[in-house]
Design a protein around this ligand. Sequence first.
Ligand code: BDR
Ligand code: CA
Length: 307
Amino acid sequence: SRKVFFDVDPGCDDAVMLAMALGHDAVDVVGISTVCGNTTVDNTTRNAHGILELGGYDVPVARGCARPLVDDLDTAEWIHGENGIKGELPETDRETRDSHGADAIIEAAREHGDALTIAAVGPLPNLALALAKEPTLPDLVDEIYLMGGAAMTTGNVTPMAEANFHNDPAAASRVLQDAGPKMVGLDVTNRATVAPEFVASCREAGGVRATVAEWLDYRPDSGTYPTAEAPAIHDAAVVADIVDDAVLTFEEYYIAVDTSGGPSHGAVICDEHGVTDNDPNGRVAVDIDVARYRDILETGVRAYAAE
Ligand code: BDR
Ligand code: CA
């Protein structure tokens, strides 16, 4: 199985992703850092503990950044629910690690080396700080996956920018420059929906699966939001590809983030046609095998919620 360290802002789709990773035999979750994003870092940290408690897993959790590096935080409780998550999580008195989230990323990289994959699926201040403290981080580990950005499509927070990158464009810019990541953006994650029948079967099963059904079917409390028949579980696309690298197709491009403060603030600039002289600095997801993705998600979630 692949050792994976997760940097998360749960968040309903983060919660599904963690459940699926915890449950799936092919993934060994070695650590979790939390970050502000969908909600405050106090909430994302409590939610991470609650997700572990609900499934009965023991993984160390480190609290990370409380705000973006430069910009102000823009949370999304209106989509993900009060406290940033739908459904009831159990109370727990689990302890949070003393290490800051950024340090926990570095510690995991030093401990596991090239056996480790890092998956960052929230805003990126923890990873940006980790890269500033330990610039060799990308060389230490196997791969760094990001869920964020939108390379060749439009955004979900502004017409141009995706939420994770929009929340901390400075951090996202630094991570693209330094990390040589696999960037999994909205281009493909908007298609990472689950079958409505699977959501219904979880809801009918009750217990832990009924809570997972709440995460799977996250919808805005108010306002309008472009939803398919089932919401896209963006972050879960990353874990599916970690389990089976035939899930996503990547192409190498030069990618950067607009930090200029204009109407495209936080947008990805992807040199699709090679019009700059810049070498590719990342791999960009361009396609998803939805059937494989759903199969891995369902397998992982079933095991997480086995009662
Ligand atoms: C991303 O932003 C967050 O709202 C989700 O958890 C996901 O990581 C999608 O734009
Ligand atoms: Ca997320």
